[in-house]
Ligand binder design. Sequence first.
Ligand code: PRX
Length: 647
Amino acid sequence: MSDKTYPVPAEWAARAFLDADEYAAMYQASVADPDGFWAEHGKRIHWFSPFTTVKNTSFIPGQVSIKWFEDGITNVAYNCIDRHLAERADQVAIIWEGDNPSESKTITYGELAAEVNKFANVLRNRDVQKGDRVTIYMPMIPEAAYAMLACARLGAIHSVVFGGFSPDSLAGRISDCESRCIITADEGLRGGRKVPLKANVDAAIERLGGGVDHVIVVRRTGGAVNMEPIRDVWYHEAADLVSDECPAEHMNAEDPLFILYTSGSTGKPKGVLHTTGGYLVYASMTHQYVFDYHEGDVYWCTADVGWVTGHSYIVYGPLANGATTLMFEGVPNYPSVSRFWEVIDKHQVNIFYTAPTAIRALMQSGEEPVRKTSRASLRLLGSVGEPINPEAWEWYHRVVGEGRCPIVDTWWQTETGGILITPLPGATALKPGSATHPFFGVKPEVVDAEGKVLDGATEGNLVIADSWPGQMRTVYGDHERFEQTYFATYPGKYFTGDGCRRDADGYYWITGRVDDVINVSGHRMGTAEVESALVAHPNVSEAAVVGFPHDIKGQGIYAYVTLMADVQPSEELRKELVAWVRKEIGPIASPDLIQFAPGLPKTRSGKIMRRILRKIAEDQFENLGDTSTLADPGVVDDLVTNRQNKK
Ligand code: PRX
């Protein structure tokens, strides 16, 4: 926590869309009369046929239903492309910066229209229709955005799977939503290393035993790949045969736009479902106000399109606003740790949005790699994905932004579709580490374990009391799970899974997850998923996974592993288990520490006491709490001794 406050710079108060008084008045209006407020702001997108109703939502358990603008007819791709053509056909829509600094290109809105229409026609020729699910497993190349927009144009529902996921994880996501069409590339390229995307798709389909009719392969590296006759097609060959005109399907506001799988505290990843109208209104409005996006600005969000940040703030929000959005294929430390800052200078980026883990990693190399670049074009900085510690915030502000750029610390989730708690750069005095205040229409509350609403300066769990247009609508194929996960803990409220403190000035400080979800380098990981990967190994009898504080990643993955009776622990086995989890889920799930444990602390009914395991992983041995209810309290002493010996 930091007590420092940074007032709105005079230059910002003058140029921004909103100052503090305007924000306060607009926020008040948004919560006093949501129907009136969103009726007005719903008009920011183009409707083929306007909506006549605005908000129709219920958080009541058993009847949870979320609908916005439900009789309006629109199309997301039309809004992101066609609508701009009269004025901006020659304006750059996407700046693409390759992994290799010698590779970059720009795509104008006019070119984007032709590319997306061609992609849509390629899909249409493979019988992709409104409502069909299409899995996109792509590197960060413009075709990833074309593919998403092409689906939106046809009314097909895309499910983008991050290119770092393993064939097994990909297979699970393909089968859950029954996609019959997959879009991928031969290989991805990150930090000079190749990622075998097509080979992973082949392995995933093999695991599923078929069920996929079409695989469309974009050529990125030119590496050799297996092409299955009939099923597989090169995108460039198919695209040569089709027209660059394709009508945009008329979509109801509540027709699904995309599914995005995300980890929860239990079970398999959930297919978070977002729909058309409310999502786009919310993504575009937050993009405009939070980043104070003005005509001509160059905006760069460093996320991957495999995560929600890439959906809302690389593709849909910026393009709906007619913005110039930068898409980066590479990583922050290749070819050198100056890469981010060099890209900013090369493309004269004004607004830069990244994750705390990247800042912390780059901080380690000191100021010189930053200072040697100009960054004079930068005006605004953003942070997302996990709490930003005040030291990283101060460094980002002082070194990267030379003290002149406000930082918008944006709190939100895959489920929320867009940013919910955030500063607005012309309106909000900043406190390092605080996400500050709610966006329009968002009603955060802090509650205690029983759900009692806490007033004033306080700490507890964060809930949202009412719906906003960007909210997820359901878990794909499992509405019951949607209700149970988000609306059963505190009936009538949306439970975020995050802890939160509110200070005496009414600022919100997100303290991290309060459930069994951990946040590793801003990537969300369910401890249960890593556990089930570990126990799938033949030598493992039991596993319990918790998060622990990690200097760069925010949280690291700590796994307690009990081996089968006849297996001896060894360094070799430890390495094998790490490699095993990488193979099962993907590199982002690699355990940082594995402790072999002859036994795990369990209650007499057999429930693992994670609270204790978390404390041991955090080295808080004095603070283990009551261990008397354990079936075998001696287990804890063994774990502590082992942990201490490892240090
Ligand atoms: O714990 C919060 C953390 O990331 C979680 C959501 O993860 P995901 O769905 O993957 O979406 C990440 C990008 C929106 C939240 O429950 N989180 C996200 N942003 C912040 C944050 N924690 C603190 N401060 C933030 N700005």
